[in-house]
Design a protein around this ligand. Structure first.
Ligand code: R5P
Length: 294
């Protein structure tokens, strides 16, 4: 089966790394906007098997462009289109929290399943749903963990303590701390607004005199990390770092976290940016090959 990787400008660097891992050509999808802001998509090549690569941070316009590119690939003769979206959007709204709210996970999951033949992502934020297949029905839906790559970013020589900033972070915190034999603390968090959380770390005094590393699946506004850092600083941690699979934080949010004493933030390259320190390409390439998709 002939195969090719198609990627958008925002994902070309990471897609290039995947192409190198799979020994596949990577072509850039041309996207332009009309004056009324409609998108026009043109793909430069197609093949029997197409891997469309794009992380879905800032998802609304990216999703439309992605669906148009998938349609162009299909018209160009693709028999199989695989979506590789290292960061997958709209996974958190998995129920109507208030009357009248849309269940975004169900809507977007169904939409993607109807346009792609398989989907691969990394550490999707699944909470009340146990498997990715429940969110992305009817097609192979592969969920990878970046934990081994993030573990490799930790220098454990001085026995740092690993902090999970909320109960959902326990899975990532333990997956990263266990291989290094490090102790963990798990906070309880209450979200008060988009940019406001309150957080308590039981037994936080165990961080006194130690390097603290906060581990989460994603960093968005950075308020969760900033609150955790405040508590760790007050408890006497010697330095505070953060590691996450996905860093969606904007420059002003990164600056906000720095002013709250977070000395280093490291993430995977699911969203290429100043915090990207772990390339996902080898992990994704391995999974695509293992599942007969490359
Ligand atoms: C939520 O449960 C996630 O795991 C993250 O803790 C959250 O999305 C971080 O958001 P923010 O950076 O805006 O506090």
């Amino acid at each position: 089966m002939s195969a090719v990787i198609l990627a958008f400008a925002d994902s070309m660097a990471a897609a290039g790394r995947l192409g190198a891992s799979l020994d596949l050509a990577v072509h850039e999808v041309a996207a332009r906007r009309f004056p009324d802001n409609e998108a026009l998509i043109r793909i430069p090549a197609s093949a029997q098997s197409v891997i469309l690569y794009r992380s879905l941070d800032d998802p609304d316009h990216k999703l439309i462009e992605l669906l148009l590119a998938a349609s162009a690939a299909r018209d160009g003769g693709a028999e199989r289109i695989i979506l590789v979206a290292p960061y997958l959007a709209y996974m958190r709204q998995d129920k109507a929290f208030h009357p009248g709210e849309a269940v975004s996970q169900k809507v977007i999951g169904g939409l993607l399943a109807s346009h792609f033949d398989a989907l691969l992502t990394v550490d999707p934020h699944l909470h009340r749903v146990a498997t990715l297949s429940e969110a992305i029905p009817d097609i192979p839906a592969i969920s990878l963990s970046a934990a081994p790559l993030l573990t490799a970013l930790i220098d454990a020589q001085d026995d740092p303590i690993i902090i999970g900033p909320d109960s959902e972070s326990r899975q990532w915190t333990e997956a990263i701390a266990r291989p290094l034999g490090l102790q963990t603390l798990i906070a309880t968090k209450q979200r008060l607004g988009d940019r406001q959380v309150s957080l308590a770390i039981p037994e936080v005094e165990r961080a006194r005199g130690r390097r603290a590393i906060i581990v989460d699946d994603m960093i968005s506004s950075g308020r969760t990390l900033a609150e955790a850092a405040k508590s760790l600083r007050q408890a006497g941690a010697t330095s505070i770092e953060a590691i996450a699979t996905h860093c969606l934080a904007r420059p002003d949010d990164l600056a906000f976290m720095a002013t709250h004493g977070i000395a280093r933030i490291a993430s995977s390259d699911s969203i290429d940016g100043p915090t990207s320190q772990a390339a996902l390409a080898p992990l994704i390439a391995h999974a695509l090959r293992d599942n007969g998709l490359a």
